[in-house]
Design a protein around this ligand. Structure first.
Ligand code: TPP
Ligand code: SF4
Ligand code: MG
Length: 297
């Protein structure tokens, strides 16, 4: 009798393409990527059943270093692209990635709209508080007073707070990790990917080349884990209080997980209830055509 081989257990190496990342040695994005390999392997997501979409930036090069379907789109446009892909095939696990400049600067409107719409995808933002790819300009998350190429006398603008913004925009899963703590980060990814709606994971991912202020050491001295501090992630107002913390102590971990997740768009849209659009027949049936003509004539 023929025996059927048990399916192979996935490992990190199954997501590694032949081309290794070309990030600067020590860049925080390595830790972000390695934690994602591990998270996907443990969740047993087949590479051909997932899509990783990015914008433009060092961090946005990530889909090229991950073996799955991938798109390196336009600056600030990872989320619109990911939204379209998810609606076309909601059976796919969709992960959007990028940087603070990409997502919180040029792409900020799309970030807010995607959370409001509640598209079921996971958004990983490698937040290094600078524009890395373009060699060190100020970003929306750069600290006040920070000296960069474009702010030689110090940044005069206030910092954007992605955690508070996500809470206010209806995001149901809001977490922050640190690439220097990849195991902790991996758990945040896993929960975010499993969450049935838009999930934000902001990651402190130091740019060792252009941000000499927010270094690994700087973060290590400040970050503390919410899960070890008695924080209740089901409490929206407690999450907002934690989102406002910045200074000598900075929280990482799960800020908020909506205990009653509102249904995501793909769970609500009537057109998607008979299966992913890509598997539905193209065009209209005769009955549908007649119904349309009757309605519009
Ligand atoms: C429409 C448009 N404007 C500007 C740029 C130039 N540009 C490329 S990446 C980038 C910023 C990248 O910063 P971030 O998203 O934080 O990524 P990082 O490189 O820090 O990972 C900018 C301004 C561009 N490619 N397209
Ligand atoms: S410039 Fe900064 S963000 Fe870009 S690869 Fe180098 S260390 Fe990483
Ligand atoms: Mg950046």
């Amino acid at each position: 009798m023929a025996t059927v081989a048990a399916p192979k257990k996935l490992e990190s190496k199954d997501y590694k393409p032949e081309v290794p990342p070309d990030w600067c040695p020590g860049c925080g994005d390595f830790g972000v990527l390695n934690a994602l390999f591990q998270a996907c392997a443990e969740l047993e997501i087949q590479p051909h059943e997932m899509l990783v979409v990015s914008g433009i930036g060092c961090s946005s090069n990530l889909p090229g270093f991950f073996r799955s379907y991938g798109v390196h789109s336009l600056h600030g446009r990872a989320l619109p692209f990911a939204t379209g892909a998810k609606l076309a095939n909601h059976a796919m696990t969709v992960i959007a990635t990028g940087g603070d400049g990409d997502g919180y600067g040029i792409g900020l409107n799309h970030f807010i709209q995607a959370m409001r719409r509640n598209i079921n995808l996971t958004y990983i933002v490698m937040n290094n508080e600078i524009y890395g790819l373009t060699t060190g300009q100020v970003s929306p998350t750069s600290e006040v007073g920070m000296k960069t190429k474009t702010t030689p006398h110090g940044n005069l603008e206030g910092m954007l707070n992605p955690m508070a913004l996500a809470l206010a925009s209806g995001c149901g899963y809001i977490a922050r990790g640190f690439s220097g703590q990849p195991k902790h980060l991996m758990k945040l990814y896993q929960e975010g990917i499993r969450y049935p709606g838009f999930a934000l994971i902001d990651v402190f991912s130091p740019c060792v080349t252009f941000n000499k202020q927010n270094t690994y050491q700087w973060f290590r001295e400040r970050v503390y884990k919410l899960d070890e501090s008695g924080h209740d992630p089901a409490d929206f107002h407690a999450a907002m209080d934690k989102a406002m913390e910045w200074g000598t102590k900075i929280p990482i971990g799960l800020f908020y997980r909506n205990p009653n997740p509102r249904p995501s768009i793909d769970a609500l849209d009537p057109g998607l209830q008979s299966g992913p659009l890509v598997t539905q027949p193209l065009g209209l049936s005769k009955e549908q055509r007649v119904k349309c003509i009757e309605e519009f004539m």
